[in-house]
Design a protein around this ligand. Structure first.
Ligand code: FE
Ligand code: FE
Ligand code: MG
Length: 170
């Protein structure tokens, strides 16, 4: 770590590192939730939704890389054992035990809303005090906003498809 890099940060660095380790754990759980969900889903629009879920998984992994690099820059120790992920994560891992596509999408949507809150909190905590972490948090936040939007769009399209089928049957 660079001493200057840490000394310019005008907040409680240990508290920030704790938040970042929670975020890191959440990203790994989100990665796996998307990655396994993409393989499990069944239902309408699967061929369109599966690649998007896999893309989101990759993007969550990229977030984990950004967060771990920042933890190390700040002189912190990143989570070293996956056993800690669930304990540190504030966003519950939702296993896709029901593979129906709407159920899995709803689970992912709750995860995205939790992630949005996480980066909103990190951005607020670091605003004007740690420009580097703030910039990272807003960059990730933009991705999470886009993820939420994508999933809401899929859910709306499935809803419309179901409405059309109901109309057609009358
Ligand atoms: Fe993420
Ligand atoms: Fe996301
Ligand atoms: Mg997307």
């Amino acid at each position: 770590m660079g001493n200057k890099a840490v000394s310019i940060v005008d907040l409680d660095v240990n508290e920030l590192i704790q938040m970042l380790n929670e975020a890191l754990s959440e990203e790994w759980l989100a990665y796996y939730q998307y990655w396994i969900g993409a393989r499990m889903i069944e239902g309408p629009m699967r061929s369109e939704i599966e690649p998007e879920l896999l893309l989101h998984a990759t993007e969550e992994l990229a977030h984990a890389e950004l967060v771990v690099n920042r933890i190390i820059q700040l002189g912190g120790t990143p989570v070293l054992n996956p056993d800690q992920w669930k304990a540190l994560s504030k966003c519950p891992y939702e296993e896709p035990s029901d593979p129906y596509i709407e159920v899995v999408l709803e689970q992912n949507l709750r995860g995205e809303r939790c992630a949005i809150q996480r980066y909103q909190d990190i951005a607020s905590y670091t605003y004007g005090k740690d420009h580097s972490t703030y910039q990272m948090a807003t960059q990730i936040l933009n991705d999470e906003l886009e993820h939420e939007h994508d999933i809401q769009d899929f859910l709306r399209d499935i809803e419309r498809l179901k409405e059309d089928i109901r109309k057609f049957r009358l």
